[in-house]
Design a protein around this ligand. Structure first.
Ligand code: SIN
Length: 189
């Protein structure tokens, strides 16, 4: 699959004529909200876990020196907290462009803190996309993040903003926080 997923996502329009749809954000979409939304609520999804396994050629790295950003991997029984945004379908034009480097829209079930449940869309970059990097040790991931920068800024800012946003949500993400510790250690040394 090509690294540019804009056209694929436009063909996967799953709104069924709905005027509003939930978007679930688990990475930069938690804290970098330069898109319009009607409502924003903490939400969780089940059976997915965050991993810094996706390469970033366009935001936090370059094609020659990709950064590492988040995707989700199937993880039976796990709960992943993030942010739900109620948006109008037009906003997906912007989001498809922003998430074009390998992410595809999927349908997911969002659970809200008041125990209500609704379907929404989520962007996931799986192992079949050209920018996928896959697993590495927490330390290697931290080193790659530390040296990477791209049009949206330093890769380490992506990680630090994310870790802060997760703490605000009350989320303890072992993978993200371990990489954050390694990254801070590189500069403390
Ligand atoms: C997301 O935040 O939901 C997708 C991954 C990212 O843009 O960081």
């Amino acid at each position: 699959m090509s690294a540019d997923t804009i056209a694929l996502n436009q063909r996967m329009n799953r709104f069924d004529g709905q005027p509003q749809v939930w978007l679930f954000g688990y990475g930069s979409l938690i804290w970098k909200t330069e898109f319009p939304f009607i409502e924003r609520r903490r939400a969780t999804i089940r059976n997915w876990s965050r991993r810094f396994w996706q390469g970033s050629h366009d935001h936090r790295g370059t094609p020659d020196s990709p950064g590492r950003v988040l995707t989700l991997v199937p993880d039976h029984g796990s709960v992943c907290a993030g942010m739900g945004y109620l948006i109008t379908p037009e906003v997906f034009d912007h989001l498809d462009h922003r998430e074009k480097n390998g992410y595809l829209r999927h349908v997911v079930e969002l659970r809200f803190d008041d125990h209500s449940v609704d379907n929404g869309l989520i962007y996931i970059a799986d192992e079949n996309n050209a920018a996928y990097l896959g697993p590495a040790s927490d330390e290697e991931i931290a080193r790659q993040i530390d040296r990477s920068t791209g049009p949206s800024g330093d890769n380490r800012d992506y990680l630090f903003h994310l870790a802060d946003a997760l703490r605000e949500l009350g989320e303890v993400d072992v993978h993200v926080f371990a990489i954050e510790r390694h990254l801070r250690g590189l500069h403390a040394a």
